[in-house]
Design a protein around this ligand. Sequence first.
Ligand code: 5AD
Ligand code: SF4
Ligand code: FES
Length: 348
Amino acid sequence: MDYHELINKAEQTHKLAGSEIVALLKNEEYQEELAQAADRVRHVFVGDEVHLRGLIEFSNICKQNCLYCGLRRDNKKVERYRLSEAEILDFAAKAKSYGYKTVVMQSGEDMHFSVDILSRVLRKIKKMDLAITLSIGEKTYEEYKAYKEAGADRYLIRIETTDRELYEALNPGMSFENRLRCLSDLKRLGYEVGTGSLVGLPNQPIESLARDLLFFQEIDADMVGIGPFIPNGDTPLHNAKGGSFLLARSFVALLRLLLPEANIPATTAMETLDRNARIIALQSGANVVMPNVTEGDYRRKYALYPGKICISDTPAHCRGCISGKIMAIGRKISEHKGFRCHANSNKV
Ligand code: 5AD
Ligand code: SF4
Ligand code: FES
């Protein structure tokens, strides 16, 4: 196989066959070249601006029991918390004061937050002139509709893996079909939709990751966030091997090549495995970072996986830290809300 030709084809046409994706994911020798091609495509399609999204982890209570996740309901070791409405609004106002244009409101599937409660919070945040991304799991069409009407602009819900059997083995009581239904309802309601997968799950061959990439392309995802699976000692997968930073990085590069207009974050899980990972990801196709704006001990308690970065840092410190790193590689901090761009479709 001529890898150079393959990367060239991906850069020019943004199309690859599954077997070609597999070949590129497996090849370490051409990883640099792959990342450089993705970096060029990123520059052409979404430019040099990096969008910062302020992340509010507002509840770590979850009714689901995903085998890989520290917030699963059977994990008795995690100290549960739920922010009050006033705390959420305070963190959103602070996010605004740090210059963030978007807040990402993330939680476990916490049934306390009814449509009424959350819609009221969303309406108040909307008045601060912030874009709002929700990341609160599987809901009904009517619930998604109510949140959209209350001001939510975007929604993140990872497919986690497109392997139906693996999905249902790892997410007991959840159905792959319903996950797909969520994604299609969200699209239909006019949200910008973000999805993504875990890289390096047990029984997830490279072929399966290639199918994930083709799936993101097929549904024309507006945002795709991926990260390595990091085994959590307090979950049933404590002895699993986990994903590698290098594979996650190649995955990010291929995402950019195949979905040139998408917003792609450099994720915290990647940085857990390599202390410079977010910057490397930003130079391999990514264009978004999601600094945490949750304060105090909540950061540590929102423990999806061990080794989470920034758990002892303040939001203000993270703001300065990440901005400095971004500027040091010659990129700019965006001053816009950073919606998915469509203007460059003619470049495909
Ligand atoms: N390692 C890495 N990412 C994880 N997530 C949950 N558990 C882990 C883990 N052990 C991710 C899931 C979920 C997101 C909020 O966090 O992909 O969608
Ligand atoms: Fe809950 Fe999400 Fe963790 Fe699953 S991955 S246990 S739904 S917080
Ligand atoms: Fe939190 Fe660097 S982004 S310390």
